[in-house]
Design a protein around this ligand. Structure first.
Ligand code: NDP
Length: 351
């Protein structure tokens, strides 16, 4: 059986200390974590660094890289979350929980992202609706499309795929979306709620990174974390989430004007790289045993690569996300999770 989860738990972290092992900070969803601990087995990092992860007497639950780091598998965790959402929805008698997307123009990657979101929504037992507008759509047409979804009580979550085509301003479009339906967590009201610790949706990518830390039992309390990148989409909310009460990391925010990035990163127990600069985090940046989360996506001649030089870092880190297969799938999983939370906030799904 798959246990239920706390709605909007990212904003209500609950630090717990396991009585059967070393101290581990659980960010949230502690019921699921302890319930499935045996399935995931040994969570020992296998590194001599300071960022201990949860351990148990069972061994062999986590995949490891050739160099011995725990591979923080976003595909696997996404699939777990999708299955859990489906279970939760079906257990409640399958009331419709609806995610609506707005896609403007014909940008191929955006089309692919949106298609994937609908596919995973369907697997999770959600209803999804796609609104598509041509690249020639006016600002008013885009705003009207979003306003119609805002007014529609059968729609619980609204995602406007960004970037919009040149000439369209995303800000007035996002401003139309009320916090309850803002499953991307991008509007100023959602960001304000995050800053003030009020109930709301957290951006899917930073939330996904937090879910990975939680699922792999990475200790955060009192640990040093560095976030590379200060965007409102990823870096800033990541800093807030890592630093909030109950998570309790000591967080440094690095950016393109940071002069001593190697030293800053080497002091960290947790590195979240969200710069969009191909393989900029290499072996010199990483303290033995540190946890390294790669958010960046860069299209290079060698294909799509992350911000982290995975091959070099995996033999030093204690835990690391692959790219692809790390934070990307988690972004989608958290979008679906936020949509169920949205339905709960709107009273369309039982608590
Ligand atoms: P932005 O371009 O908005 O922000 C990038 C940030 O990184 C800026 O703060 C910038 O600093 C900083 N930065 C850039 N280069 C360096 C460098 N060499 N050293 C230190 N800091 C640097 O990007 P986003 O935050 O929107 O996205 C970041 C990356 O994450 C992108 O590759 C994006 O594609 C990817 N992404 C991945 C997702 C996923 O699901 N995995 C989802 C969303 C985004 P400054 O402010 O000084 O310019």
């Amino acid at each position: 059986m798959v246990p239920d989860r706390t709605p909007n738990a990212a904003l209500t972290p609950s630090p717990l200390t396991r009585s059967d092992g070393p101290e581990v900070t659980y960010l949230c969803f502690s019921a699921r974590q302890s319930a499935s601990g045996a399935e995931w087995g040994d969570m020992e990092s296998g590194r001599s660094g300071t960022n201990e992860v949860a351990s148990s007497t069972e061994r062999g639950g986590f995949d490891r890289t050739p160099g011995g780091a725990i591979r923080m598998d976003g595909n696997r965790l996404r699939d777990e979350i999708v299955a859990e959402l489906r279970y939760t929805i079906e257990s409640a008698g399958s009331p419709p929980v609806c995610l609506a997307t707005v896609l403007v123009g014909d940008d191929r990657p955006s089309q692919m992202y949106v298609r994937n979101k609908h596919k995973k929504a369907s697997e999770a037992g959600l209803v999804s609706r796609g609104v598509e507008l041509p690249a020639t759509a006016s600002q008013a047409q885009v705003e009207d499309a979003v306003a119609a979804l805002v007014a529609d009580p059968s729609v619980h979550g609204i995602l406007c795929q960004l970037p919009l085509p040149d000439g369209l301003d995303p800000e007035p479009v996002l401003a139309l979306i009320p916090p309850e339906k803002d499953v991307d967590g991008l509007t100023e009201r959602s960001m304000g709620r995050l800053v003030r610790g009020q109930p709301g949706h957290v951006g899917c990518t930073p939330l996904g990174a937090m879910r990975l830390l939680e699922r792999y039992g990475i200790a955060t309390a009192g640990k040093r974390a560095v976030v590379v990148g200060r965007s409102t989409l990823v870096g800033l909310p990541m800093v807030l989430l890592l630093g909030r009460k109950g998570v309790d990391a000591t967080v440094t925010l690095a950016h393109s004007r940071t002069t001593d990035l190697v030293d800053v990163c080497r002091s960290a127990d947790i590195i979240v790289a969200a710069a969009g600069s191909a393989r900029m985090i290499n072996a010199t940046h990483v303290k033995p045993g540190a946890t390294v989360i790669d958010v960046g996506i860069s299209r290079t001649e060698a294909g799509i690569v992350g911000d982290v030089d995975f091959d070099a870092v995996q033999s030093i880190a204690g835990a690391i996300t692959p790219m692809p297969g790390g934070t990307g799938p988690m972004t989608i999983a958290c979008l679906l999770e936020n949509t169920l939370s949205a339905a709960r906030m709107l009273g369309a799904f039982p608590d």
